[in-house]
Design a protein around this ligand. Structure first.
Ligand code: AMP
Ligand code: MG
Length: 488
């Protein structure tokens, strides 16, 4: 471990101590003229990094892959993954882990460059990334963090000065991503598929130590590990549903062991409430539609459980039974987080059996009237029932009366209810047209002010300030539905 007193880089790289098959050492490929586009001072601060040093030419060179900081041990990770249901060997094809930063408070975070050039896992790809998608990941991951949802963070985006060739020629960029780790369900699938069981066990021991040390002493620590990952993912996906976040590409390589949201490719926030909402241009069958995310969650976790089978019990049948018991808990865990969150959104403190039908009643009306999801809850919060057709319908009046009666059946004051609703209902989310507007100005006009203003507004989504008002409007109706593309 070597701490650089000037920059604050303080690497301790545990991943390289795993069996060699889990990674390939690989340096980033230098780029011609790196330029810092955006930098996250608050992420730098919690990492213990010196913002001023990092923004200097030497610091930017690190985030561009042109300079390896002292103590780093760059590598590309090996993993597999079910992509749209099909198992493939993948690995970091366009990402390089520089190392693990130990923070002043003793936490450990992966520092990863996304878009640093080819690796042995690149297959036909160029290992590069375009500026637009990297800024998009920066904006949405930071918005997710501000919403209180576990996520990888973004330290910076650096333009490379080199073009990348997709359908068009685009400016290239590198995102510095910060994560609790980059262990994925796909890492375990890789280990279980082609490697000796000792390596699978080494990986599981590593993941437990890093993310779930509390289960180490359990009688069957691998079973407890499975259970804890299921718990975190159930909570994470419930959180996504509550804010209307659609991940878009919930392949098993994009599901973390830590419970953080990862891989902001074709993700987007739903505007009009409809469980069938899909934004991703490649998700033609709606596998990763909003309403299907919990089902995909359990499907992915079943793949995780399968990978762990050799560690759960010596007898295969017994291992399957144990895994199935844990997987069976997912629905209940998800439901209780979701119901709890929905109660919060409606200002409900205690529990009544009919709460679920009250909630479903509102969602049904939202869907029927094509109401904006975030703005419906926002209007209920600030008690301004205007601008949505939903609010003028007789069915809504009936529902509203039921809700008011429900609120009266609890002790809490009007003010406590309001505070609870404010904390549970964001005024602003990264609306697609706002994100596009910011990216357009940044990528096409080198004007970063639109993005900076958007990031500022998104950094405090539960504030409900007058300045946020402008950012609450949904996009004007267009002939073509909004589409997102994988950030390749
Ligand atoms: P994703 O859809 O972003 O989760 O990526 C799926 C797989 O494709 C991962 O193994 C990526 O590393 C790889 N990949 C995506 N884009 C590129 C690229 N431009 N060059 C090389 N590999 C890539
Ligand atoms: Mg991925």
């Amino acid at each position: 471990m070597t701490k650089n007193m000037e920059t604050g880089w303080n690497f301790d790289n545990s991943y390289v101590r795993l069996p060699q098959s889990f990674f390939t050492s690989q340096n980033p490929t230098p780029v011609s003229s790196p330029k810092l586009i955006i930098f996250n001072d608050s992420v730098a601060a919690f990492l213990g990094l010196n913002s001023k040093e990092l923004k200097s030419d030497e610091g930017v060179a690190v985030m561009a892959g042109n300079k390896i900081p002292e103590g780093a041990s760059p590598l590309a990770q090996a993993y597999a993954g079910h992509q749209f249901g099909h198992l493939n060997m993948l690995g970091d094809g366009r990402a390089i882990l520089l190392g693990e930063q130990l923070t002043p408070s003793g936490e450990r975070f992966d520092i990863q460059l996304k878009g640093p050039g080819r690796t042995p896992y690149s297959r036909g790809g160029d290992g590069r990334a375009a500026l637009g998608p990297m800024l998009r990941e920066y904006i949405i991951s930071e918005a997710m963090h501000a919403l209180g949802i576990p996520t990888t963070r973004s330290l910076s985006v650096v333009a490379t000065g080199e073009p990348v060739f997709r359908e068009d020629e685009l400016p290239g960029a590198i995102l510095t991503r910060v994560a609790a780790s980059h262990l994925r369900v796909g890492t375990f699938q890789y280990a279980a598929g082609a490697r000796p069981v000792e390596e699978l066990q080494a990986l599981a021991d590593y993941a437990i130590k890093r993310h779930y040390p509390e289960v180490e002493a359990d009688e069957n620590q691998y079973l407890s590990f499975l259970q804890e990952v299921i718990k975190r993912q159930a909570k994470l996906i419930a959180n996504w549903q509550l804010v209307g976040f659609i991940h878009g590409v919930m392949n098993t390589d994009n599901m973390t062991i830590s419970g953080e949201t990862i891989d902001y490719g074709p993700c987007a926030f739903m505007d009009t409430y409809d469980p069938a909402t899909v934004f991703s241009s490649i998700d033609r069958e709606g596998r990763y539609a909003y309403g299907n995310q919990p089902n995909i969650g359990i499907w992915n976790l079943a793949r995780f459980a399968e990978s762990l089978l050799p560690l759960l019990a010596d007898d295969q049948e017994e291992a399957v039974t144990l895994a199935q018991e844990k997987l069976a808990d997912f629905s209940q865990l998800f439901k209780s987080h979701w119901l709890g969150g929905m109660r919060g959104k409606l200002g409900i403190f205690n529990e009544e059996a009919e709460d679920e039908s009250l909630i479903e009643g509102l969602l049904d009306l939202m869907q029927k009237n094509r109401a904006d999801y975030t703005n419906t809850f926002r209007a209920l919060t600030v008690d301004k029932l205007e601008n949505l057709k939903l609010f003028d319908t007789p069915e809504f009046a009936v529902w509203h009366k039921q809700w008011q009666e429900r609120l009266e059946r609890q002790q809490e004051s009007k003010d406590s209810i309001l505070q609870r609703m404010k904390k549970s209902n964001p005024a602003v989310i990264p609306r697609n047209h706002r994100v596009e507007e910011a990216l357009d100005a940044a990528v096409n006009n080198e004007d970063y002010s639109v993005m900076e203003k958007l990031l500022e507004v998104l950094s405090n989504p539960y504030a409900h300030t007058p300045e946020q008002e402008d950012y609450t409007a949904p996009a004007a109706a267009t002939a073509r539905p909004y589409k997102t593309f994988c950030g390749t």
